[in-house]
Design a protein around this ligand. Sequence first.
Ligand SMILES: C[S@@+](CC[C@H](N)C(=O)[O-])C[C@H]1O[C@@H](n2cnc3c(N)ncnc32)[C@H](O)[C@@H]1O
Ligand SMILES: [Zn+2]
Length: 360
Amino acid sequence: MYIEGKARIKDSGKAFLNPKAKVSRDLSVAYVSHLAKRDSALLDSTAATGIRGIRYALESKARDLTLLEINRAAHKALKANLLLNKVKAKAINESIQEFANSGNGRFDFIDLDPFGGITPYIYDLMKVSGDGTRLMVTATDTAVLCGADSKACMKLYDSKPIHNELCHEGGMRVMIGYIARVAAQFDMGIDVELSVSYMHYMRAFMRLKAGASAAYASLEKMGYLRYCDACRNREAELGFLPRNSDCSNCGGRMAPYGRMWLGDLKDQKLVDSLCRKTKDDERKGEAFKLLELIKSELDERFYYHIPTMTKRYKLGSVSPYLVAKRLEEAGYSTSLTHMKGSAIKTGAGLGEVVKMLKSN
Ligand SMILES: C[S@@+](CC[C@H](N)C(=O)[O-])C[C@H]1O[C@@H](n2cnc3c(N)ncnc32)[C@H](O)[C@@H]1O
Ligand SMILES: [Zn+2]
């Protein structure tokens, strides 16, 4: 028996169960239990053992639950787990694609946690979404999103990924950008409420907003990351097409990456609330630590990875805390980031950051 939160799960070996995804589930349970009401309709579209759906039922107010699972043996296992936990839910042995195309209303919360990438599912999930739907999405095809397989990213996400120290944030923005583009086809925009790059996955929590103007507003937050290999300068550029541009720091050539989401990666007020929610629950310790870091993180675009910078400028190693302190003293807001160790987010430009690295 595997116990997590209030759920007891019988691991029959017939349905996928990864204890390492507990942090993802703890964050999701905190999010749902903060936002759901009794009449909220929730779809766990890739249910496996049913652990997420069962935890949503036992740890939030939501009572109208639907669990989808394509695999027959896994579906049988999840039905047994629903019984074991005395949770009433619709357990449906169908694919997302079949389900979404059978006239099944709309959901207030949708959880997508497939094997690998998200691209085969988002279009169909939009058909069971509407104004205010909360979409919680995990991608584990991080090699694709982070550019180890650049061609696959162009094929699947229609975006050129960056494959260097910025790949964690780049990959997250490529994934969210894909969702924004598909949502726009359904006349919906997105607000990103929380995004987490952790271990082998990226997970984003978004609120959909209906209307053509909301769709256009989201598309206006799309654009490109331009990166200079020579001096490690980076610029974010909003727009439908990238402009050619020389590096403002060294005059070299900057390469464009994207299109990708350049809007916010979190809703600060919501993250504050989730921190309060997980704080006193020691079973959610790791999720709380992660949320605390995200809470303190500046929502600036593209962190600076300090070891990459010191290597490029042939400097001795410098603690990211020290660089952050120096930048703060010089008047620039600065924070660490949960996305990568030894990296900082700051309002300062490359020139200022390099100056602080050198002021040893
Ligand atoms: C990574 S597991 C989900 C794990 C689960 N969310 C958890 O937290 O333990 C992905 C599940 O999605 C199911 N699946 C794959 N394709 C699907 C589809 N098109 N529709 C519905 N379920 C699908 C798989 O059979 C598998 O059980
Ligand atoms: Zn440059």
